[in-house]
Ligand binder design. Structure first.
Ligand code: ADP
Ligand SMILES: N[C@@H](CCOP(=O)(O)O)C(=O)O
Length: 297
């Protein structure tokens, strides 16, 4: 295996994971994109960042895109090289919109684009590597494949399948000013949950697949969760209150990923959006990214 191209450009979408009851399984790609240009060079690795993360993320070998890219090259049996990265980031960090999965997937797709035999990093290898980085497959799957996905793991590794998405499913995302690391929002989760809550979630997750693919009248009932959102309320009280108030008003609102953003699986009306903006939320109408991460010409 050799490095066959000197430069590649990658685009990768934001993702919202869980969608309420589908903890670590369901995910949706959103039309907010990071773009990374990678050049293989002879000197030391350097990274420049425009937009989200500028000044906050490492600018050398520790950068997440670089680490993922190196794992991709290593897995493919390709030689390592110095790397010159230019990142144009639109996905907010630490908000539950899958920025870390996007960075990992960007690095892996860049590695695939650079090498002489891209099939060494086929879809299942990419999903396995991205899941290894993230610890769960629910952001990695829609970041790689676009649209809505259900992901699961077995002895062969992670797998993903597309959920056909009804056109009425038009997400709104409320992004708060403050961030919260996914690691912190996972630390508050219990080791065990009551059987009745697990059973209720299983039913709701199954219902949600139906709702997303056409029975949109069921979205509110189908987005109820008992196994992660309640436990997370202590670390994101404003998010919890926004989800509660929106659901009471009939909107299918959930915590986006590990929070603290809120995902609503319907387009908010203008009055509701304006009220939320006045309360400090950045209200996005990103649309669904039907295409996953890809190389640009
Ligand atoms: N584009 C990126 N480039 C480099 N590092 C990134 C990038 N996106 C995310 N990260 C790293 O991942 C962290 C956020 O990941 P995480 O806590 O999982 O939140 P989320 O994925 O929900 O945004 C950032 O603080 C940063 O360290
Ligand atoms: N299933 C994970 C999803 C984390 O998504 P992120 O976008 O917040 O990284 C969880 O709920 O912890």
């Amino acid at each position: 295996m050799r490095i066959a191209r000197e430069q590649v450009r990658v685009r990768v979408p934001a993702t919202s994971a869980n969608l309420g009851p589908g903890f670590d399984a369901l995910g949706l790609a959103l039309g907010v994109w990071d773009e990374v240009t990678v050049r293989a060079i002879t000197g030391q690795t350097r990274v420049s960042v425009e937009g989200e993360g500028n000044g906050d993320v490492p600018d050398g070998e520790d950068h997440l895109v670089v680490r993922a890219l190196r794992l991709g090259l290593e897995t493919a049996g390709a030689p390592q090289a110095g790397l010159d990265l230019t990142c144009r980031n639109a996905i907010p960090h630490g908000r539950g919109m899958g920025s870390s999965a996007a960075a990992v997937v960007a690095g892996l797709i860049a590695a695939r684009g650079l090498i002489s035999d891209p099939e060494a990093l086929d879809e299942s290898v990419l999903l396995a590597l991205a899941t290894e980085f993230e610890g769960h497959p629910d952001n990695a799957a829609p970041a790689l494949f676009g649209g809505a996905t259900v992901a699961w793991e077995d002895a062969d590794g992670p797998h993903a399948a597309a959920i056909p998405l009804a056109p009425e499913v038009r997400p709104s995302v409320l992004v708060p000013a403050d961030s919260l690391a996914t690691r912190s929002a996972r630390q508050v989760l219990p080791e065990r949950v009551p059987h009745r809550d697990a059973a209720r979630n299983a039913g709701r997750a199954a219902l949600l697949v139906l709702a997303l693919s056409g029975r949109t009248d069921l979205l509110l009932a189908a987005t109820e969760d008992r196994i992660h959102q309640g436990y997370r309320s202590e670390v994101m009280p404003a998010t919890t209150e926004a989800v509660r108030a929106l659901r009471e008003a009939g909107w299918p609102a959930v915590i986006s990923g590990a929070g603290p953003s809120v995902l609503v699986l319907e387009r908010l009306d203008r009055d509701t959006a304006q009220t939320l903006s006045r309360h400090g939320w950045r209200v996005l109408d990103p649309g669904v990214a039907t295409q996953g991460a890809h190389l640009l010409a």
